[in-house]
Design a protein around this ligand. Structure first.
Ligand SMILES: O=P(O)(O)OC[C@H]1O[C@H](O)[C@H](O)[C@@H](O)[C@@H]1O
Length: 533
């Protein structure tokens, strides 16, 4: 794959020219509901619907963005990824998380050997999940497991944590799944103090099995087991599972090979929820629903690989993000979720996006002088509306928003439909208010209609007017189930990948994080831990 720099591509230069011309306000762009622009900016994939009509992009600009995807060879890079080429160039590895959710496809482009290995490990860890759920898996003294505690951080925590929370409505009623990622003692203690060691199973998740945070938590958990009469290796074995790409290292730490599940160096940590790292999710929702989770992601993969660029949902997310970042100069991207079960989707996407595209060196080793990955932030949309959304409406930053909503909610509360209506309407109202704003004439007329005198109208009009023109996407899931959650995550994965190709930066390494780890190791060897400066 050849690497040319983004600014050398004709479409990039065309977009720069288009962005310098005066831009129409979103009020103008949205004035006619059904036109070629609106039709071009709506997408569907794997049951998800993307309404990008509130992006501050005209039809010619959108067409130039599609040309940029072509100039950047995004589709070719997608094919290279599928074939298992070493697209993680700085580590000389493939990035084949897509193989984890397509292990049953005939003639897999990543090869039959990888598919067979993936299938066999998938069977192993799903069997473990089912044994835990059914009560077949017993503690050393014969008790059923009622609490599974995930110990891991970063990619070994955020994906499964997010998915377990998102699919809580489908969780096993008798087996609770907990997550501890922070290595301070309280984080672990606050979970363990409510648990019975005989009924507790720890899943120690670490791709490298060298992450000090996770090893510290695991050592403390094993001490807790020992203090509760489970000191010997054979007594601890049924209470400990390891998930890792370094099984030999886990074995050195005393983890039984029959309770060690593996994945591979070609699965990045932040892309690993589809592997055995998803075991806590499989425990929560069962093997069948885990299969649906993989199937949803695979459906999005198929869409990404086969849909034409102009209809391609993840590519659209990527291109519109590039437009906002590089041509409209927006440094951040807000993700606002309108379902409390999706609360941890934001930290998950933060790692996915910022660890992948927080880079400033091009693939060819030259410095990037263009803007790359944005600061991703956000949270629950409705909570945000009552807090920081004020800045979106009237602050000095232009913040593009991804609104994520769920169309059907089957929560068993008598008034669930009323809740759902409020939530959905709030999402739509925010997207519309941010796009349209309210001009001074309309504001003045409304103040007069409310009975204010002319002096009050003069004093308040500017304060109560809204510039609008804030770009947003609305992404609708038909329901919050395993299939559509899988599709949602895969859509964001492909978006981030497409952007890395357009920016010509490596998406699958994380040398900045490595530096922090290295520094901590050096300090640990030389410092008294109580020295604070
Ligand atoms: O899974 P582990 O090897 O323990 O790594 C956990 C995390 O460590 C670092 O922070 C990496 O940057 C993350 O990508 C990774 O997910």
């Amino acid at each position: 794959m050849t690497v040319d720099l983004p600014t050398q591509r004709p479409a990039w230069q065309r977009l720069e020219r288009l962005a310098q011309a005066p831009q129409p306000h979103l009020r103008e762009l949205l004035a006619t509901a059904d036109n070629p622009r609106t039709q071009s900016l709506q997408f569907e994939a794997a049951g998800l619907r993307l309404d990008a009509t509130r992006q501050a992009v005209t039809l010619p600009q959108w067409q130039a963005l599609l040309q940029l995807a072509e100039d950047s060879q995004v589709a070719q890079w997608g094919q290279a990824q599928r074939r298992g080429e070493a697209i993680n160039v700085t580590e000389g590895r493939a990035a084949l998380h897509v193989a984890l959710r397509g292990s049953d496809v005939p003639d897999p482009p990543w090869g039959a050997d990888i598919a067979a290995t993936v299938r066999s490990e998938l069977r192993r860890f799903l069997a473990a999940a089912e044994a835990i759920r059914s009560g077949h898996w017993r503690g050393h003294r014969g008790q059923r497991i009622t609490d599974v505690v995930n110990l891991g951080i970063g990619g070994s925590d955020l994906g499964p944590r997010m998915a377990v929370q998102a699919l809580a409505a489908h969780a096993h009623p008798e087996v609770r799944v907990h997550f501890v990622s922070n290595p301070d003692a309280w984080a672990l203690h606050s979970v363990l103090r409510g648990l019975d060691a005989d009924r507790t199973l720890f899943i120690v998740q670490s791709k490298t099995f060298t992450t000090p945070e996770t090893l510290t938590l695991a050592a403390s958990a094993r001490r807790w087991l020992a203090d509760h009469g489970l000191a010997q290796p054979q007594a601890q074995a049924p209470h400990l599972i390891a998930v890792t790409a370094a099984p030999a290292v886990a074995a050195q730490h005393g983890y039984a090979p029959q309770h060690t599940y593996r994945f591979w160096d070609w699965v990045g940590g932040r892309y690993s929820v589809w592997s055995a790292i998803g075991l806590p999710l499989a425990v929560a929702i069962g093997a069948q629903a885990f299969g649906a989770f993989l199937a949803g992601a695979h459906a999005m993969d198929q869409h990404f690989w086969t849909a034409p660029p102009a209809r391609n949902l993840p590519l659209a997310l990527a291109l519109l993000g590039v437009w906002n970042r590089n041509f409209l100069g927006c440094p951040t991207q807000l993700v606002a979720v309108y379902a409390s079960r999706l609360a941890t989707f934001v930290p998950f996407v933060q790692q996915l996006d910022m660890e992948s595209n927080g880079k400033s060196t091009h693939l060819d080793g030259t410095p990037a002088h263009i803007a790359t990955g944005p600061i991703v932030w956000g949270g629950l949309g409705i909570e945000g509306q009552h807090a920081y959304f004020q800045l979106l409406h009237q602050g000095r930053h232009r913040v593009p928003v991804d609104f994520i909503g769920v169309l059907h909610d089957d929560t068993p509360l008598p008034l669930a439909a009323d809740h759902q209506r409020l939530v959905t309407i709030s999402l739509q109202a925010q997207a519309q208010a941010l796009a349209l704003g309210r001009d001074a004439d309309t504001t003045a007329a409304e103040l007069r209609a409310a009975g204010l005198d002319e002096a009050q109208v003069r004093a308040l009009t500017a304060h109560r007017s809204f510039a609008g023109n804030v770009p947003s996407n609305i992404l609708w899931l038909p329901a919050l189930d395993a299939f559509h959650l899988g599709a949602l995550i895969a859509a964001y994965e492909h978006k981030v990948f497409c952007q890395s190709i357009i920016w010509a930066i490596p998406a699958f390494d994380q040398w900045g994080v490595e530096l922090g780890k290295h520094m901590a190791q050096r300090l640990a060897q030389t410092r008294d831990p109580h020295t604070v400066s």
